[in-house]
Ligand binder design. Sequence first.
Ligand SMILES: *Cc1c(COP(=O)(O)O)cnc(C)c1O
Length: 455
Amino acid sequence: MLSENEIQELIRLDKQYVWHPFTQMSDWLEEEPLIVEKGEGCTLIDIRGNRYLDGVSSLWVNVHGHRRAEIDQAVIDQLNRIAHSTFLGLSNTPAVKLAKELVEIMPSGMAKVFYSDNGSTGVEIALKMAFQYWQQCRTPKPAKTRYISLVNGYHGDTIGSVSVGGIDLFHQVYRPLLFDSLKVQAPYCYRCHSGKAYPHCNMTCLNEMEKTMKRHHKEVAAVVIEPLIQGAGGMVTFPEGYTRRVRDMAKKFNILFIADEVATGFGRTGRLFACQHEGIEPDIMVAAKGITGGYLPLAVTVTTQEIFDGFCGKYGEQKTLFHGHTYTANPLACAAALANLEIFRKEETIDRLQDKIVMLKQGLESFLELKHVGDIRQLGFMVGIELVADRETRTPYAYEEKIGIKVIQEARKLGLVIRPLENVVVLTPPLSISPEELRILLKITYHSIRRVTES
Ligand SMILES: *Cc1c(COP(=O)(O)O)cnc(C)c1O
C-alpha cells in the first residue's frame, strides 16, 4: 500500500511530466487522475486501493480478464527464453506458431501474416500493400492508386490511416497533411442521411458506394471498412448484409477489400471475427486490439496468397514490401497471443459468450425508459448508448456540454471505468465478465446516465 505522500507525489509527477492521448490536458490538470496499480479479472485497482469494474476492457483490448494465469505464465516462459530478436531477416518461435494459428481461425482465403505493433500501423501496411500490389502484380493496373472509405470510419491515428478516416472531430485539423480518399456515406440508421427507415429503405445507402465504385474503379486500389460496426465512430451498427454487399461489389469492380477488424476481432462481436457473421472473405484483414488478450502491443495484416504472390519475384525486380518495424513480431507479444488463443479453445469462450450477449441486450432494454437515451446499438460485446438532448427531434447534446464525460465521471464514483465517444456511452466489457459483474455494469451505467441527464 502506498502512503498518502507517495500517492500525492505520483499525481504531481503525472501532471508535471505526462501528456495523455485524446485528452484535453487543461481539464486533466484540474482533476485528480485515476492511476492504476493493479488488476485482476475484470477489476482495475488504483494506487489508493479503490476497485473499479473495467467496463471498456482497457480500451477494447482485454479479453479473458487481467492477470490471467495462463497468459502471465506464457509471457514469463518467453522471458526466460528471449524478450526480443529482430524479424527482419530472422524468425522467432512464437511468431511462427501464431501465424499458423491465425490463418486457421481467420476467414478462409487468409494465407500470409505480416506483423506490426498497433492497429493504425496494421492499416497503414494494408494500404501500402494494396497500392503496391496493383503496381506490380501479374496484370498491373498502375492507375489504381486511390482508396474508398466510409464517412464516420476510424482506422487509427497515423497519417495514412487518418487519410482513410472519416471522423471530422479527430481528422479535420490534419486535412492538409492527408492524401485524398473517396469518402462514401456510411449507414447510420438512427440518423439516416437520406431520411429513410430500415428495412423499407432497401439499403439505399449502398447506391452511393456502387456509384463511386462504378465511376472510379479504374483508379481505386482498395475499399477499407470496419465490418458490421463502426467502433470509434460511435458504435454504429450496419444493417444486416451491408458489409457483405460492399464486399461483393468490390469483387465485381476489381477493387481490393480491406477489413479493419482491429476493434471487432477476437470475439468482440460474438464471433471470432466480424466478417464471419456474413461469410465475408477479405483480400486483406487487419487485427490488433484483442490479439494478445490485452497484454502487449501487437497487430497483424493478413492477406490472401494472391496478394502475397504479387510481391514475389527476382531480387532485382524490387517487388519487396519495403516495410517493417523494429519491434515487428515481438516474441513476448506473440507468446501472449498464443496463450490468448489457447484460452479461447480451452474455455470455449465464444460459445459461453452467447448467453451473456443476450443478457446484455435484455439489460439494455430498460435504458429506453431514460428520457435522454436516443438509440441503443449492440453487436455482441460492443455497445453504444447514444444520448440526445431531445428524444423527439433526436437533437444531439452540444459538444461543450461534455455529456458523455459527465456520465463516465459519475460512473467512476460508483466503481465503474468506462470511456465515452462524445455523446455515446460505450460498453465493451471483457468477454470473461461474470453475469453478476455484467449486472453491476448495467446498473451503474443506468444510474450514471439518469443522474447526469435528468438532474
Ligand atoms: C483502435 C482502432 C485502430 C487503431 O489501433 P491502434 O492500436 O490504436 O493504433 C484502427 N482501426 C480500428 C477499427 C480501431 O478500432
